[in-house]
Design a protein around this ligand. Structure first.
Ligand code: GDP
Length: 336
């Protein structure tokens, strides 16, 4: 099993251990089916990137003779998928060396080597431990990235899989629609949503949500933050304030800060990611809309440039379309 999944299980098992009530009936079961599901999800979700890019690799390298043109074509294809010039260049160099050193002529040998190299690029760092009273998870990112949808998906995933009771905090008080959207998800999920008044203080919402979680003995507060504010406010300053309130209200909070990035925008998201990382200390990434993108290669560029683990992947618009990011299943989804 991939490190990421073990990491999450370990992470949440500390929460179970802490809670005074018995979670044993809700502990996750059926680990092997989940791994297979994960591969199935990635295979379906990554169809566009696979067809546009990685599926072509086999035919490019499967040609009877590998020439300089073959390598150029391959590199251009990888760059088109937004893998990034540096990652693509290094990968091509390693493939060339492998072909030269090993005298590889068989396509499946090269494919196996490529698979191994791609997985190695995505090795996940250890995940932060979500242990708190309650644990607080900040979701950040620009509007439209899929932040609110991912907040709802994550609440469902952590509840269904790990038996976690979440509370959602709608802190985008500048957009009434954003509050309504989260309330609607909460209603569908039967999860409590704490929201403020329009144009109210987002920090107060976080404070109230943490207090509500304590009162209801909920394990986790997932905070859906604003992605763009009224012009007189600075988004990053506002997010820092929200972070500060969380830190005061619950020891060790925020226990994780997840940056939601839209993979269809490819590498344009990188500058954005750096700004959020500097302002609020992002601890992990969620790459959304991988199903609608031919730029799934961006996962490699992002991982390399930011050095942050990709924790979850969004593979569709439905509530169940969020999966823990598993480098092996991801790469197999690109290549299969
Ligand atoms: P926010 O402004 O960042 O909160 O973004 P929303 O959560 O409102 O999402 C914007 C749009 O992206 C909505 O139409 C979502 O259904 C869609 N969306 C979010 N995640 C995914 C995903 O993984 N795949 C696809 N295809 N659409 C997604």
């Amino acid at each position: 099993m991939a490190n990421g999944q073990w990491g999450l299980l370990a992470e949440w098992s500390t929460v179970w251990a802490k809670r005074p009530f018995d979670h044993s009936t809700t502990r996750p079961t059926g680990i092997i089916p989940r791994v297979l599901d994960s591969l199935k999800n990635f295979t379906a979700g990554l169809t566009r990137t696979r067809q546009a890019v990685f599926g072509r690799i086999a035919s490019i390298v499967g040609a009877s003779e590998i020439t300089d043109d073959t390598w150029d074509e391959l590199e251009a294809t990888l760059i088109q998928a937004d893998m990034g010039v540096a990652v693509a260049g290094e990968l091509i160099a390693r493939l060339k060396k492998h072909v030269r050193d090993e005298g590889v002529t068989q396509e499946h040998d090269l494919r196996a080597f490529l698979r191994q190299e791609l997985i190695a690029q995505l090795k996940a760092a250890p995940l932060p431990r979500l242990l708190g009273d309650p644990a607080v998870l900040l979701m950040v990112g620009v509007n439209g990235s899929g932040k609110t949808t991912t907040t709802a998906k994550l609440a469902k995933l952590l509840h269904d899989r790990d038996g976690v009771t979440p509370i959602l905090a709608a802190t985008d008080t500048f957009r009434a629609a954003a509050i309504d959207q989260l309330k609607e998800w909460g209603h569908r999920l039967n999860v409590e949503v704490i929201a403020g008044q329009p144009n109210g203080d987002p920090g107060a919402v976080v404070y109230d949500a943490i207090a509500a979680a304590r009162a209801r003995r909920a394990d986790l507060v997932i905070v859906d933050t604003a992605g763009r504010l009224h012009t007189k406010f600075n988004l990053m300053e506002e997010l820092k304030k929200v972070r500060g309130v969380a830190a005061k209200a619950s020891a060790g909070a925020p226990h994780a800060v997840l940056l939601v990035l839209d993979s269809t925008t490819g590498q344009n998201g990188l500058a954005q990611a750096k700004a959020f990382t500097e302002a609020v200390g992002v601890t992990g990434l969620v790459l959304t809309k991988l199903d609608g993108s031919a730029k799934g290669g961006v996962a490699f560029a992002i991982h390399r440039d930011l050095g942050l683990p990709i924790v979850y992947a969004g593979l569709g618009e439905k509530l169940d379309d969020l999966v823990p990011f598993d480098p092996e299943a991801f790469v197999d989804g690109l290549l299969e």
